[in-house]
Design a protein around this ligand. Structure first.
Ligand SMILES: [Ca+2]
Ligand SMILES: [Ca+2]
Length: 158
């Protein structure tokens, strides 16, 4: 190899090494964001934690559940070692309000949104488990109350 070629070869190697290390060292995104579903500075979440400072938030889901074009926040939180619950914080301009409380699964909680009956507001589907027993329920917010429309084995997982 001529000297010029060797220099070029080394240069390419350096560039490849640099690109590879840049890929590998790319920082992994905020772990907390993935864990509870929203960032801690979410104003609806902050409203909730002010009202319930002792309840650990487990999972949140953000969606417009009362069909007024503002995002609301479904929150599953710990009440005690053996009890979890769920509330929805409703956003009305800059005023927030909490719904009633309903039982929520102890483990593997998932919050999903789907307009099951294809009309009016979206419905909230919550699933989870306790000691391997899986259950789920479909909720709808009506007049600031979480109404259980349909449940399957929820008592086994809550
Ligand atoms: Ca709303
Ligand atoms: Ca609906």
């Amino acid at each position: 190899m001529r000297k010029k070629e060797i220099i070029l070869y080394v240069l390419v190697l350096i560039i490849i090494t640099f690109m590879f290390s840049a890929c590998v060292s790319a920082p992994s995104k905020n772990k907390e964001l993935k864990n509870i579903g929203v960032t801690r500075d979410n104003p609806l979440l902050q409203y909730f934690t002010k009202l319930h400072p002792d309840n650990e938030v487990i999972l949140c889901g953000q969606e417009d559940v009362n069909n007024d074009n503002t995002k609301d926040l479904v929150i599953i939180y710990r009440v005690s070692k053996t009890k979890n619950a769920m509330k929805i914080v409703i956003a009305k301009e800059h005023n927030y309000k909490c719904s009633n409380e309903v039982p929520a699964p102890m483990e593997n909680q998932i919050i999903k949104f789907k307009n099951i009956d294809d009309k009016d507001q979206i419905e909230v589907i919550v699933s989870g488990s306790k000691n391997g027993q899986v259950g789920y329920a479909i909720f709808r917010l009506q007049n600031m109350k979480i109404v259980n429309l349909f449940g399957n084995d929820m008592e086994d997982c809550c």
